[in-house]
Design a protein around this ligand. Structure first.
Ligand code: CA
Length: 525
């Protein structure tokens, strides 16, 4: 899209906003005295993969349905819809969160790597919600360093926070609350729902820490799945042949980089807890090695992860039940999303960061009674930069010009604009876990990635090679496609005004990257 067309798209988004706020009057409901504007509940988890959501039809979806891992999230999708082409622009916690708050890609919002604040003075969407007459609150994981939420009320975990007895930052001073973090965040959200100002519509963000590493489940699910075998991916022992060097050089493999003591609670302080007794005894008895050890680690990892996910799903169930009990279900849009995808052992990995499939996708499920037809599978491309404009348009507020994202409210209404985006731009700057910096473009069929530090390229034909095991960049049969996609990538970089001159940390790339790596090592991110 040229800058002029981009401007037109923003102008059209503005017109759509006007029509929503002016011409349409959603049904009023019991418990929502203003009636005219929908409430929005945004349930947002950390590192929840599509593969582990029953509704998505991904690798472990059938297993998740059989074991009832995500029944409440699945029900949201059945009563509403899900986006099969929902993406992030930089697959990492802080950058994804900043893109959501600002509607801008990382290089423009300042959060290119972990643990950075949003550039001072930038617009964030809660401001527009307030101007539109909404009250807003956020509880849980924030992970935007010194950036204070612009929500009316907030209680946020410092950095990664803890799984048990979490400490929260809030405007009135810190507060430590006993309990399991996912449950505590839900409790806080539901308490706020009860004491909110009933004369105004609301935006409530329920932001979970789970299922982020180091995957500590709640006691109620400590032994659930103990006797079950989780299906393995057929790429668990990927040899990274037929690809550029970064896939081989990463440090996020279950085999080499997953730590028995901290990630899997084998030995050490956690290993002595009763919840991990069976696992530790099994390890002592078998002492698995080689591929057996990788398989053993995979099973423990997946089970802990799924136990954390099930607690998040409980939260979704509690939130929906509370909305129904308050008479708010009909006039409240409920969204479930997570900040990026995650590897569940595919390619032997257990992290994110890549433009590759399992990492670049974000779940996005939305229930909007009376508008989104139950069971809809949306195929238009949406990205986290779109959330801010979407939220503001849903609230009938004013979407500012100059955002990189665009409201997908028309898509939700079944009226996808003719000039809707056909691909997404991606740029990962962090370099952590040995994942080389790269930018690229993902279209409906292809993924083109440029690892610019070593000037290596990869092209995947996701139609013929959905598991992305063979780069066809050098295949003469794809030369024409490579040329077209490179031109498209240049165009996207121009539209978004990204350039090689923009470095994380304002030009001190090396120093910043070094600091970020130390922080990751400390936080286990
Ligand atoms: Ca994350």
């Amino acid at each position: 899209m040229t800058p002029v067309r981009l401007f037109l798209a923003f102008a059209l988004a503005g017109l759509a906003t006007a029509s929503l706020s002016g011409a349409e009057t959603p049904r009023p409901s019991r418990g929502q005295s203003t009636g005219a504007k929908p409430n929005i509940v945004f349930i947002f988890s950390d590192d929840h993969s599509l593969q582990t959501i029953g509704a998505y039809g991904a690798r472990l979806s059938a297993f998740c349905r059989e074991q009832a891992v995500t029944p409440n999230i699945d029900r949201l999708a059945e009563r509403g819809g899900l986006f099969v082409n929902s993406f992030c622009g930089n697959s990492l916690c802080s950058p994804s969160r900043a893109a959501i708050q600002t509607g801008l890609h990382s290089h423009a919002n300042g959060v290119m790597t972990l643990n950075k604040p949003i550039k001072e003075g930038l617009w964030t969407f809660p401001r527009a919600l307030r101007e539109a007459g909404y009250q807003s609150a956020v509880f849980g994981k924030w992970h935007l360093d010194t950036t204070k939420p612009e929500f009316d009320e907030w209680m946020i975990l410092p950095g990664q926070g803890t799984y048990n007895d979490p400490l929260f930052h809030r405007a009135g001073g810190d507060r430590k609350i006993p309990g399991y973090t996912t449950d505590v965040i839900t409790d806080l959200s539901l308490e706020w729902l009860k004491r909110r100002d009933r004369s105004k519509p609301f935006f409530l963000a329920v932001q979970h820490k789970a299922p982020h590493r180091n995957f500590i489940p709640p006691p109620r699910y400590a032994t659930w799945l103990d006797d079950i075998t989780v299906p393995e991916p057929d790429t668990l022992f990927d040899d990274y042949a037929n690809r550029a060097s970064p896939a081989r050089n990463q440090k996020m493999s279950i085999a080499k980089d997953m730590v028995l003591e901290t990630d899997l609670k084998v030995g050490g302080r956690l290993g002595r807890e009763p919840a991990y007794a069976v696992r530790n005894a099994d390890f002592e008895r078998r002492h698995p090695t080689g591929q057996d050890l990788v398989r053993w680690k995979y099973q423990q990892y997946l089970k802990d992860y799924l136990r954390c996910v099930r607690a998040v799903d409980d939260s979704v169930g509690r939130v929906v039940a509370a909305l129904e009990a308050e008479g708010l279900a009909e006039n409240t849009i409920v969204i479930y999303s997570s900040d990026q995808g995650f590897y569940m052992g595919e390619h032997g990995w257990f992290d994110k960061r890549w433009i590759y499939e399992e990492s670049v996708h974000m779940p996005f499920i939305v229930r909007w009674p009376g508008v989104v037809k139950p069971g809809t599978r949306f195929t238009p491309f949406i990205q986290n930069i779109d959330y801010a404009a979407t939220f503001v348009e849903l609230a009938g507020g004013k979407v500012p010009s100059g955002l990189h994202g665009r409201s997908f409210v028309p898509v939700l209404r079944g009226q996808t604009p003719a000039d809707w985006r056909q691909n997404i731009y991606y740029h990962y700057y962090d370099g952590g876990h040995g994942v080389a910096k790269h930018y690229g473009v993902r279209t409906s069929r292809y993924t083109l990635a440029h690892f610019y530090e070593t000037n290596e390229w990869e092209l995947f034909d996701n139609e013929k090679d959905p598991r992305q095991l063979r780069s066809v960049y050098a295949d003469p049969g794809y030369a024409k496609i490579v040329g077209e996609l490179k031109a498209e990538l240049s165009r996207l970089r121009q539209v978004y005004q990204d350039s090689d001159a923009i470095k994380p940390g304002g030009g001190k790339a090396g120093k910043t990257a070094g600091k970020a790596k130390k922080k990751q090592a400390a936080s286990g991110n």
